[in-house]
Ligand binder design. Structure first.
Ligand code: TYD
Ligand code: MG
Length: 448
């Protein structure tokens, strides 16, 4: 029989170690590894031998495409793949203050019009929840219970069997079976496991709200990712109004779709045309280049900004906001090797405006141009740069270049630098470059 032993789990990345470590061996975060004890309920063994079950032919399994529950929020439905699947467990992660509670209150209010919707609040009192709901258009028929005891929450859900239940937040739940504090890895995992069971058993769709901080200091949704059916991440700059919702995992749909919202005085409003939010005044300024990513089925224009300044540190700073740090390091190496742009003694800062995170390699060229423009102090002028950079300095074609060019043209950008092979698009001057050196010459002139 398997013996339940104590393990140690990193709250930031979920790495499991047999012994305690001051620094997580996987993600290298300090002080995030904590004791992770199985709950008492799981430690008790089975009495007697297990009974075998009869398997069935897969073809005989009834699999009616379950009817999805629309959330009343088009952008949320889009990211979920067409609404919430009954009986599913969804994790909504994001930094504190980003708008998770607001989004869920709005969704519950719409769902409650036709179905039963329950809000379990562990962070705010029922009165606070009501005040917020009224500010953003009414509490409607949402039912609410302020509770943090996991056993009570599970029993309430099992009794009321709502169509949709939101637990805000999973970090506030605790069970007496575990000695550790609420929000610790063991508590969070136990809560999610129990809620998963009740969700499947009663066909209740449950949304777990979970806080993540940038440095991963709070016991995180990371340890729940494998357990839930879908992971949605809510991102954006806290000061700014743009919010982006994306799926990091989705068992019932694609993960490429993006939902875009603006936080207003009356809650979150869908942004139908996110590209149009692109600030116009700084376009083409030194260190600023427009990129176009494909987010699912939609092209999205974004501004990439770079700042290069002499460094006083032995190891100059590399700050990447909105793009992967390692990708930036690679692009700087390519620039150094293939464009003779030595930045070894300069701090380099790159920011994707609006708090959007981009994984599309097609922004490589825009980042490289923005950094070079900032380094040389020469503007590129208002152009859109599309293309992936290879380690050899070659510019690689990207998918759907025509759609991206049309989007840029639609928003009034008149010039583009792209890899070879792009079709002509009326209204925009498209110039192709085979390498990073060619692209720099086209966009910034030949000055090395
Ligand atoms: P909230 O949904 O409480 O964030 P989270 O649950 O992710 O911690 O919302 C946080 C911020 O949103 C809060 O600082 C105030 C702002 N906000 C608005 O600007 N307009 C609104 O209508 C609401 C409800 C909140
Ligand atoms: Mg909240």
């Amino acid at each position: 029989m398997a013996r339940a032993t104590t393990r140690y789990t990193c709250s930031a990345c979920g790495e499991v170690s047999p012994k305690w470590e001051g620094r997580c061996p996987a993600c290298e975060a300090w002080g995030t590894v904590e004791e992770d004890r199985p709950a008492l309920s799981q430690r008790s063994g089975r009495s007697g031998p297990a009974k075998a079950r009869q398997s069935v032919a897969l073809a005989d399994v009834s699999a009616d495409e379950a009817e999805r529950i629309p959330t009343g929020i088009g952008e949320l439905d889009r990211v979920l793949g067409g609404g919430i699947v009954p009986g599913s467990l969804v994790l909504l992660g994001g930094e504190p203050g980003i708008g998770k509670s607001t989004l869920m209150t709005m969704a519950l209010a719409a769902i409650a019009q036709e179905r039963s919707a329950l809000l379990v609040t562990g962070e705010e009192s029922a009165a606070q929840v009501r005040l917020r709901a009224e500010r953003i258009g009414g509490a409607g028929k949402i039912r609410v219970v302020a509770e943090t005891d996991l056993g009570v929450v599970v029993a309430t859900i099992a009794q009321e069997k709502p169509a949709v239940c939101v637990v805000d937040s999973v970090q506030t739940l605790w069970t007496v079976d575990l000695a550790s504090a609420p929000g610790s890895v063991s508590q969070v995992r136990e809560a999610a496991g129990e809620l998963l069971r009740v969700a499947k058993q009663h066909g209740v769709a449950i949304v777990l709200v979970g806080h993540v901080t940038k440095d991963g200091a709070v016991a995180g949704p990371k340890v729940l990712e494998h357990l839930v059916d879908a992971v949605l991440l809510f991102e954006g700059e806290r000061g700014g109004e743009l919010r982006v919702l994306r799926a990091a995992k989705n068992r019932f749909g694609a993960t490429s779709e993006l939902g875009v919202f603006a936080m207003t005085g009356r809650g979150l409003e869908a942004v139908e045309d996110p590209s149009s939010l692109l600030g116009r005044d700084e376009l083409g300024a030194t260190g600023s280049v427009v990129a176009c990513t494909m987010e699912g089925s939609r092209p999205l224009l974004l501004e990439v900004q770079a700042l290069v300044s002499p460094s006083e540190l032995p190891q100059p700073r590399r700050l990447a906001n909105g793009i992967d740090r390692n990708r930036l390091a690679m692009l700087l190496a390519v620039l150094s090797r293939h464009a003779q742009l030595g930045l070894g003694s300069a701090d380099v800062f790159v920011n994707v405006v609006g708090g959007v995170r981009v994984d599309d390699p097609a922004v490589d060229l825009a980042v490289a141009l923005a950094v070079t423009s900032a380094s040389r102090g020469v503007p590129t002028g208002p152009l859109v740069a599309i293309g992936e950079l290879g380690l050899t300095g070659r510019l690689r074609p990207v998918a759907q270049v025509e759609r991206r060019l049309k989007e840029a043209q639609r928003l009034g950008i008149e010039q583009a630098v792209v890899p070879p092979g792009a079709p002509p698009v009326p209204g925009i001057i498209v110039r192709s470059a085979g390498s990073i050196a060619d692209a720099l010459a086209l966009a910034l002139g030949a000055t090395a």
